[in-house]
Design a protein around this ligand. Structure first.
Ligand code: HBI
Ligand code: FE
Length: 286
């Protein structure tokens, strides 16, 4: 069966990953992590990204992320995913699995529902240090994996995957992708000492971490699930809208119940362009 590569949104750019790998990519889109294939330059790119990004975190990343990052145990070289799995499985029952890049919604949701997080196994080129449109191993490992060590967040991710499979059945994948985008990828959290990032897309980006938490440009609003699921997003520029939560329990409470009643309400809601205002928005000041 030909394994079809996937790209984000409506982009026409060919995907970066090798989805054939001489038949090594399974029907679930997972593949062996080709650890031996990493060059010294690849490990050096990872080390440079990790060093730069971890210095930026104080005052910008949420407390739970800063506490969990050391648990990744990989700051100087691209790790073997199995080495992380020993620690991660004990902590929250999650496991990392290698994938060649972005995978379709249903295989993605299916893996999350089984507490398996798909980690792209290639890394960007040195000249792409500052920005890459498609998630690479640094985005996934640094951005997504640390919070999988947090019990509440880890439970939410599995509930999200299970919800995603239902959403697919109801034809509501785009709405669910928006929720993922504005929480797991670009979510902000309000702490007693101010706004902080918990979304992987922000945490793994040097430029967007400052923009999302400190810039007066974007609008920030309290997370309302229907508003969020009705809001479009840009895949290749900083976000113009960010959604703010007060705790990961709030995320879990959103995804724990059945999504279906939401989809009935969503049908009557108009799509809101990213950055556009809506009269009922509860704006969060800097
Ligand atoms: N595939 N490997 C990978 N990683 C993702 O984060 C990912 C994906 N496919 C789809 C996707 N995310 C989003 O569209 C989710 O909203 C489903
Ligand atoms: Fe991501």
């Amino acid at each position: 069966m030909a394994i079809e590569p996937v790209v984000y949104g409506g982009s026409t750019r060919p995907p970066r990953g090798d989805y054939s790998r001489d038949g090594q990519v399974g029907a679930d889109y997972t593949c062996p992590q080709n650890h031996a294939a990493y060059t010294p330059a690849d490990h050096d790119t990872y080390r440079r990204l990790y060093e730069r990004q971890s210095k930026l975190l104080p005052g910008l990343a949420c407390d739970e992320f800063i506490a969990a990052l050391p648990l990744l145990g990989a700051s100087t070289h691209i790790p073997r995913f199995d080495d992380i799995n020993e620690r991660l499985a004990k902590a929250t029952g999650w496991r990392l699995v290698a994938v060649p890049g972005l995978i379709p919604e249903v295989p993605f949701f299916t893996l999350l529902a089984k507490r398996q997080f798909p980690v792209t196994d290639w890394i960007r080129r040195p000249e792409e240090l500052d920005y890459i449109v498609e998630p690479d191993v640094f985005h996934d490992l640094f951005g997504h994996v640390p919070l999988l060590f947090d019990e509440v967040f880890a439970d939410h991710m599995q509930a999200y995957g299970a919800g995603g499979l239902k959403a697919h059945g109801l034809g509501a994948c785009e709405q669910l992708a928006r929720l993922y985008w504005y929480t797991i990828e670009f979510g902000l959290k309000r702490q007693s000492d101010g706004l902080r990032a918990y979304g992987a897309g922000i945490l793994s980006s040097a430029g967007e971490l400052m923009h999302a938490v400190n810039s007066a440009e974007p609008q920030r609003m309290a997370l309302d699930v229907l508003r969020c699921m009705s809001t479009t997003y840009n895949i290749d520029s900083y976000q113009q809208s960010y959604f703010v939560i007060d705790s990961f329990e709030q995320l879990f409470d959103i995804t724990a119940p059945d999504f279906s009643p939401l989809y009935a309400q969503l049908k009557d809601m108009k799509v809101i362009e990213s950055g556009a205002r809506h009269p009922e928005d509860i704006l969060i000041p800097l």
